[in-house]
Design a protein around this ligand. Sequence first.
Ligand code: ATR
Length: 278
Amino acid sequence: MDLYAVMGNPVAHSRSPWIHHRFAELTGQTLDYGRRLVPLGGFAAAIAAFRADAAGTARGCNVTVPFKFDAAAIAQHVSPRAALAEAVNVLSFREDGIHADNSDGIGLVNDIVHHAGVTLTGSSLLLIGAGGAAAGVLGPLLETGPRRLVVANRTLAKAIGVVQRHAALALQHGVQIEARALDDIDGAFDVVVNATASSLAGDAVPVAASVLRPGALAIDLMYGPATDGFMDWARAHGAVARDGLGMLVEQAAVAFELWRGVRPPAAQVLAELRALVD
Ligand code: ATR
């Protein structure tokens, strides 16, 4: 049977096996999907061990924290969007070698457009954070053609770096892109994306509520109780709050289609997962 896994540390909490098993059931695909706890510094060895254990049946894996930066190094082919993000969350093991890709950004865009029902083209967008999670979603957000996109980060230099790396893509799509410090954001935005680790750390939302225009969509890339602070803050200031569960399912759907050539019913699986976790 074709074998897949999510590789990370920690990984016990991952919903990916459940999501991919459900996709497989609903599309009539035969596969197994497990989770592998990878020791820090041991990513390449863990991939080799996974493939050896599977004796030729391993077809790919998802890569999660903290290995998204390591995964490109073991691949023979890196997609342009993964190269720009400098982060990989999907590996496909094919005859011509390992292919690395990033489905996080397109997963976020699909969630915002299809599930939250928000149009990104022509909108104003605030992306908070400039680490791996933010870099992973910036390219696909730019490709939707927002009018203005501000990357705000606690460490301004990191925001400037990410913005410079994406300057050509922004120009290509006619987006006004800016790097800002967290206390230097002007204007109110249609969509505010929290891609910082602030929720995870239990810290306060790192920007002023004036960034939310009335009825804005405020979305945290995390999910679970850690996002409660951000979601409560957003609702208290008149925004529509959303967590990262939809993005999780949508990035998985893109990976599933890459591997299997079949588009799974992401909306149905998201509704089922929502009922499971709430
Ligand atoms: P990830 O892969 O989850 O993005 P990361 O690369 O370590 O992890 O990036 C974490 C992001 O969260 C960074 O943008 C970080 O800001 P700095 O670049 O200034 O470190 C941001 N972050 C973490 N804790 C934060 C907090 N308490 N308030 C504001 N931003 C925070």
